[in-house]
Design a protein around this ligand. Structure first.
Ligand SMILES: Nc1ncnc2c1ncn2[C@@H]1O[C@H](COP(=O)(O)OP(=O)(O)OP(=O)(O)O)[C@@H](O)[C@H]1O
Ligand SMILES: [Mg+2]
Length: 266
């Protein structure tokens, strides 16, 4: 007969005995503490996932607004300016024509900015093409913008990851790339996606100056590393950041698709 008394004492007072089935309760007790912990970890993970999901939905909504309202108006402005330019008398080099040309330049510049913001708000390539092509596209944009070589290798997970996992992988890559651009002084940054059995991994390495994780000044208003970790936890994945001064930074994300995750596909 197992001795449940000590556990009983550890667990504090007896619950109110409702009568029926009360005798089975003590045998369940030794598990109660652990299952409470597991349950609150699960609740936190669910909450995180819902927050990330809400953020992505809000981004999509903003993207639609920007595209439909601002984008459409900018296009109308562009057509109007072009019409005006054509209706001018023949003095193409005159002051009015020059002014219209300037306005067209500003408009093109604004449209390019809006397109960049739209792409960041809602990476449509992700929905349409998949994780790897979307990352390759973004790597090309960053290479052109920064002069650092962003390289993407590996293969698309098969079957494709669930949408919330894809977006988490994508956003984590974005933050790691942003950190490499801002802080590392790297010449090249590699990203590899691989799959071994049920585990899908993404590794992002830069050849920059690295940093001492332990020596980040207290109160540093740095959300990037924290948010990466939260995004990983929200999909039940594990994120590790490896770095040392002078030795670059390596961000490793691993998602085990066989690990059960409440309320979601992967
Ligand atoms: N790839 C990297 N190379 C060198 N240092 C890095 C790299 N990634 C992060 N760091 C260091 O770690 C700090 C914390 O990074 P984190 O992404 O959390 O914040 P941040 O980039 O400074 O700000 P935020 O992401 O909130 O805009 C950085 O300020 C930088 O000192
Ligand atoms: Mg950052």
């Amino acid at each position: 007969m197992p001795d449940v008394t000590s556990d009983r004492n550890r667990q504090g007072p007896e619950p109110q005995d409702s009568g029926a089935g009360g005798g089975a309760q003590p045998l369940m007790r030794p598990l109660a503490g652990r299952s409470l912990e597991a349950a609150s970890a699960q609740r936190l993970q669910n909450l995180s996932r819902r927050l990330m999901h809400a953020e992505e939905e809000e981004r999509k909504r903003l993207g639609r607004e920007l595209h439909d309202r601002v984008g459409a108006n900018l296009s109308a402005l562009g057509m109007g300016l072009e019409l005006l330019r054509k209706q001018l008398p023949d003095d193409a080099g005159g002051p009015v024509a020059r002014r219209i040309g300037d306005l067209q330049d500003i408009l093109l510049d604004t449209m390019a900015h809006v397109r960049a913001v739209l792409a960041d708000l809602r990476p449509t390539a992700l929905d349409e093409l998949g994780l790897l092509p979307a990352l390759r596209h973004q790597a090309g944009v960053l290479t052109a913008r920064t002069g650092i070589r962003f390289l993407v290798a590996g293969s698309e997970p098969s079957p494709r990851l669930a949408p919330d996992c894809e977006i988490a992988f994508y956003r984590i890559a974005q933050e790691a790339w942003s950190n490499a651009s801002k802080h590392s002084g790297a010449r090249s940054v590699g990203l590899t996606i691989s799959q071994q059995g049920s585990v899908v991994s993404m590794v992002i390495d830069d050849d920059g100056m690295g940093f001492e994780l332990a020596e980040l000044p207290a109160g540093t208003p740095s959300l990037g590393l924290t948010t990466m970790r939260e995004r990983a936890e929200a999909i039940g994945a594990v994120l590790e950041v490896g770095t040392a001064l002078g030795a670059g930074v390596s961000v490793r994300l691993a998602l085990d698709r066989d690990r059960p995750r409440a309320g979601a596909d992967r």
